[in-house]
Design a protein around this ligand. Structure first.
Ligand code: ADP
Length: 638
């Protein structure tokens, strides 16, 4: 029989499949099963208006028949079937729909490696069979036809179409599996366990039963008796025609059928998580894009979930067929701890095969998901504060990074989800903080330190608290960056009590303080000189409460940032230093003693200046560089 040639455009795709270096060849089964399922859909739909079809819903099935001897894998359906023209039109050319678009993409400048990765994500339908088979035979009979058709091809050199006998309507796709090579054991696609695993992975929720003969052990009574007269048992292998997919996914069922508890049980099983998720989002959207989603915020952070290595993520399905295991385009990184499933029929018809549209639809879905996730978290924050705080402890860092990402592009979306620890020993959102501010308070005060305990002991904090104002304690450099990115809250600016003017002094007081500094200029210069390079300035301050001295900073780098940079990846980063200012409390006895020494005994005054600098470091939570030197300095003064 004369071979017919594939159209040129198909040939290239076919070549690619046959010689595919793609590692995910296993998706061929998903593709062939999806076609079978579509074919059943079509016949089932027809049966609604045509009672001659003679099949009821329960009769439809997809069968998988591995035959190791013949080395064939057959996928059989009792769907609509194809006429010989349809075989030629559908299998002989790249289908009008997605595969064509796929080919277009491939003709562009992209590298082959990239082309190949696209195969895995979107599939190219029927042709993918050639990734694992060296010959594919399709035996099919269209509904309403008496005669069957056999289409056969062993690859790029063409195909034959001929009439054949087929008893019932439907299609058999018979793939002759390639010989094993060193790199690839193609024979594994004939193993029952492997087929079961692939169906579970990719086609578990196809809505028609996928049947296969599965062997298992059975215990049976042999009919003989043992010494005690009890019946003897033995084991034998029996073959059963099993349904190997679970068919109806939980997210396709309505809220009246499936409770939230059912969803939680599903989550725990699917993600092997012993902890309940802390939030659940169920969406049934109809509109521009229809989809169902079942999403979970895990109860705790899982290993590798941070650092962009969250293997679980959101899985994308189209009509029960998995199209992407971890779809990271769906939501931004700040929500990448969310797990679950999105299933949209719109993806299968237009998208799974048409890349560009795909992106647009995904974006719409993604935006909706984000709104719903945020809504759910806000609800949790309001209704179950301890649970929200637990959530924030686990995942707050994702949200904080999100606020800082891309120059603060997402800060307003995320700001109300952030919590900050305050001097009242509680966690507040900025909105709540501002709502609690007394009328006289105009700024949002914060102090950063490596621990809350230390922050509480800072003299500047004492000042703020003594006025009845609440303070935010930041304990990580990321927190400082978050506030920097947020800039303000409801028009209230942030005030770093360690570097900024607290705004407590009247103009007159400020003037008086300035004059005091001018008056003491020579003395302050002396102290600066004595302390040396470590500080850029010495200044008098009335903000120190009961403490003798303190370190503050000038410019953008704070002491906390400096600590953070010290462990940075580059030498340059590690060298970054804050501009330190030594503040002295003129009300304190220590100041009087230092000043007296300056006037009477400058050697002693030098030493006292150094002691003062070290004390300031201590109180500001900075490690003293040379504790031994400090100890001998103090000891000498006895
Ligand atoms: P796509 O599914 O994107 O259309 P495929 O290459 O997978 O592309 O399939 C091409 C066409 O071949 C299908 O659209 C369908 O019309 C036909 N086809 C494939 N498999 C079957 C089948 N089992 N039964 C009926 N028609 C089929």
């Amino acid at each position: 029989m004369a071979k017919k040639q594939f159209k040129a455009e198909s040939k290239r795709l076919l070549d690619l499949m046959i010689n595919s270096i793609y590692t995910n060849k296993e998706i061929f089964l998903r593709e062939i099963i999806s076609n079978a399922s579509d074919a059943i859909d079509k016949l089932c739909y027809l049966s609604l208006t045509d009672d001659k079809v003679g099949l009821s819903r329960e009769d439809y099935r997809i069968e998988i028949i591995p035959d190791k001897e013949k080395r064939t894998l057959t996928v059989r359906d009792n769907g609509i079937g194809m006429t010989s023209e349809e075989c030629e039109n559908n299998l002989g050319v790249i289908a009008r729909s997605g595969s064509y678009k796929f080919k277009d993409e491939m003709d562009s400048e992209k590298s082959q490696a990239e082309d190949i990765s696209i195969i895995g994500q979107f599939g190219v339908g029927f042709y993918s069979a050639f990734m694992v088979a060296d010959e594919v035979t399709v035996i099919t009979r269209k509904y309403g036809e008496e005669q069957g058709v056999m289409w056969k091809s062993s690859g790029a050199d063409g195909y034959t179409v001929s009439p054949c006998d087929k008893e019932s309507v439907g299609t058999d796709v018979i793939m002759h599996i390639k010989a094993d090579t060193e790199e690839e054991i193609y024979g594994s696609y004939l193993e029952v366990w492997k087929i079961k695993a692939l169906v579970k992975k990719y086609s578990d929720y196809v809505r028609w039963p996928i049947k296969m003969d599965v062997e298992h052990q059975e215990r049976f009574e042999t009919g003989e008796k043992d010494d005690e007269g009890k019946p003897k048992f033995d084991y034998r292998m029996v073959t059963e025609n099993e349904t190997i997919n679970s068919m109806v996914p939980i997210w396709q069922r309505s809220k009246s059928e499936v409770t939230d508890d059912d969803c939680i049980a599903f989550y725990k099983e699917k993600h092997r998580d012993s902890k309940d998720p802390c939030a659940l989002v169920r969406i049934n959207a109809e509109g521009a894009v229809s989809y169902k989603a079942l999403l979970f915020v895990p109860g705790e952070e899982h290993e590798n979930a941070f650092m962009g290595d969250n293997k679980e993520g959101i899985t994308l399905y189209s009509n029960g067929v998995m199209i992407m295991e971890k779809c990271d385009k769906l939501v931004h990184d700040y929500f990448d701890f969310v797990r679950g499933v999105v299933d949209s029929p719109d993806l299968s018809l237009n998208i799974s095969r048409e890349l560009l549209q795909h992106d647009r639809q995904l974006r719409i879905i993604g935006q909706n998901l984000e709104k719903r996730i945020k809504g759910e978290l806000e609800k949790l924050m309001k209704d179950d504060r301890p649970k929200y705080e637990e959530f924030f402890k686990n995942f707050g860092v994702h949200l904080k990074c999100g606020v800082c990402d891309e120059y603060g592009r997402y800060k307003d979306f995320l700001r109300d989800l952030l919590l900050f620890y305050t001097s009242e020993d509680r966690q507040l959102s900025l909105k709540e903080y501002v709502a609690n501010m007394p009328e006289s308070q105009t700024r949002i005060y914060y102090a950063s330190s490596d621990s809350v305990k230390h922050a509480m002991s800072l003299p500047q904090c004492e000042q703020v608290r003594s006025r009845g104002y609440e303070l935010i304690y930041l304990t990580s450099p990321l927190d400082e960056m978050v506030l920097e990115s947020l800039r303000e809250q409801e028009g209230k600016s942030f005030c770093n009590v360690l570097t900024d003017d607290l705004g407590f002094e009247t103009e007159e007081e400020k003037k008086a303080a300035e004059e005091q500094n001018v008056e003491n200029k020579d003395f302050l210069d002396f102290v600066k000189e004595a302390v040396g390079e470590d500080i850029v300035k010495v200044r008098l301050s009335n903000n120190l409460g009961s403490q003798p001295c303190c370190l503050t900073t000038e410019g953008g780098i704070t002491l906390e940032m400096e600590k953070y940079f010290r462990h940075g990846p580059s030498e340059e980063m590690r060298k970054i230093k804050a501009n330190r200012v030594l503040e002295l409390n003129p009300q304190h006895r220590a100041f009087q003693v230092l000043k007296e020494a300056y006037e009477k005994d400058q050697e002693k005054a030098k030493k006292l200046s150094l002691v003062m600098a070290r004390l300031a470091e201590m109180i500001s939570g900075v490690d003293i560089e040379d504790p031994a030197a400090f100890v001998s300095l103090v000891a000498e003064m006895f």
